[in-house]
Design a protein around this ligand. Structure first.
Ligand code: FAD
Length: 393
């Protein structure tokens, strides 16, 4: 047998179909040519140009695993591979695609009326229209059921008041999917989802500055003051937390793949640096302690890759339970953070700069650990699955 590929030690990608491999390569090539050369600048400036959406849309990466309405309709494994290759450049890029495709577009596709779908999905798939997803509030993070944003009826209209915090792409979005508590006396059954064009009077998005993580991604506070919407702005069928949780489950699936990309990129940077950098008259890759780190990183990256690949196949077979998504998100983000921190030590002083990707990934992964369900919440989800006891409260 041939010597293992240092970047795919267990040859996990050998199991991909020809189409999946083509998608992987197309995303990898596009990311290397168009995104990687600019990412350090975007990160440093805390910016992300809106026009990246058009390129991602032309590759079919926006709403990639959705059917119809101009979406690519690929399988889940292909979507995961795209997330992996984007996050190998930066978690902010994968976040952009996750929010557009798995949160905003998925919500409209799964829960919207036919009119919502026709109005928004084709333009969102091309990147001409951008979406955001407003669930979290300043005082309602892990416990979204405690949200304070309210939607009340006024005649046929809905009127929204409240605010949302930490909303990715909030300042870029043309449409916001906003989750709000409705008045039970109006017979409207608790939390409902609303399709809110961001030019509706009373809607404002304020960028959150001074982030030290996920800087190549824009994050906003949304303020809703008397935002008046027509009766049909609400998702017609779904009520309660089931609506937003179904979307989060999709996005978490992309994250567990994405983390593999970030980890792989850190490990590759460390490997290449270790082979070039000489101290005490020899490459630092020749020291046993460095090889131990490289071996630990190879194991972690490949175990995470195997986890993602297995979870992808379960999803394609429609056999994936949310607790298995929690397993993947918790295991792979934790592994990626460990790899990033180890890789950073291999780079010595250079490891703390933007010249190399490692520290950028490491700070990004601190957000990835927290959003879409913190590590603790996913541990509780796994705990509930194996014990039958919910320990959330
Ligand atoms: P909290 O819920 O206050 O948690 C604080 C700590 O308490 C954590 O360690 C948590 O695990 C722990 N904790 C809480 N409850 C329990 C419990 N029962 N048992 C044990 N430990 C517990 N949200 C959106 O809606 N849309 C977005 O687009 C979006 N993008 C984001 C982008 C960024 C950069 C960031 C940082 C966040 C984003 N979020 C978004 C919000 C994100 O999902 C929340 O930050 C996350 O859910 C955690 O909520 P919190 O920050 O309020 O922390």
């Amino acid at each position: 047998p041939a010597l293992p590929d240092p970047s795919d030690f267990l040859a996990v990608d050998a199991d991909l179909s020809a189409e999946e491999r083509d998608i992987r390569d197309a995303v990898r090539d596009y990311a290397a040519a168009e995104l990687a050369p600019r990412i350090a600048e975007w990160y440093e400036l805390n910016s992300l140009p809106r026009d990246i959406a058009k390129g991602l849309g032309s590759l079919g990466l926006l709403g990639m695993h959705l059917e119809g309405y101009g979406c690519a309709g690929t399988n889940a494994t292909s979507y995961g591979l795209a997330c992996r290759e984007l996050e190998a450049v930066d978690s902010g890029l994968r976040s952009f695609v996750s929010v557009q495709g798995s949160l905003a577009m998925f919500a409209i596709h799964r829960w919207g009326s036919e009119e919502h779908k026709q109005q928004w999905l084709p333009r969102m798939a091309t990147g001409d229209a951008l979406g955001c997803f407003g669930l979290t509030e300043a005082d309602a993070g892990s416990d979204p059921g405690s949200m304070r944003t309210r939607a009340r009826r006024d005649g046929d209209d809905w009127v929204l008041d409240g605010s949302k915090m930490w909303i990715t792409n909030g300042t870029l979005a043309d449409v916001a999917v906003v989750w709000a508590q409705t008045d039970p006396d109006a017979g409207s059954k608790g939390i409902r989802g609303f399709v809110v064009p961001t030019d509706t009077p009373g809607f404002t998005a304020n960028e959150i500055k001074h982030k030290l993580s996920l800087r190549a991604s824009l994050t906003a506070e949304l303020v809703l003051e008397g935002v008046r919407l027509p009766a049909d702005a609400v998702f017609p069928e779904v009520a309660g937390l089931k609506g937003p949780l179904s979307c989060l489950n999709e996005a978490r699936y992309g994250i567990l793949w994405g983390a593999v990309g970030a980890a792989r990129n850190c490990y590759e940077a460390a490997l290449s640096y270790a082979k070039d950098r000489e101290q005490f008259g020899q490459p630092i890759a020749g020291f046993q302690l460095t090889q131990r780190k490289l071996a630990d990183m190879v194991v972690a990256v490949n175990q995470a890759g195997l986890t993602a690949s297995r979870i992808g196949r379960l999803k394609d077979a429609e056999q994936l339970h949310p607790a298995q998504v929690s397993f993947g998100k918790m295991a792979n983000v934790r592994a990626a953070l460990d790899v990033a921190r180890t890789a950073r030590t291999v780079l010595g002083g250079n490891g703390i700069t933007l010249e190399y990707p490692v520290f950028r990934h490491m700070t990004n992964l601190e957000t990835v650990l927290t959003y879409e369900g913190t590590e603790e919440m996913h541990a509780l989800s796994i705990g509930q699955a194996v014990t039958g006891i919910a320990a959330f409260r």
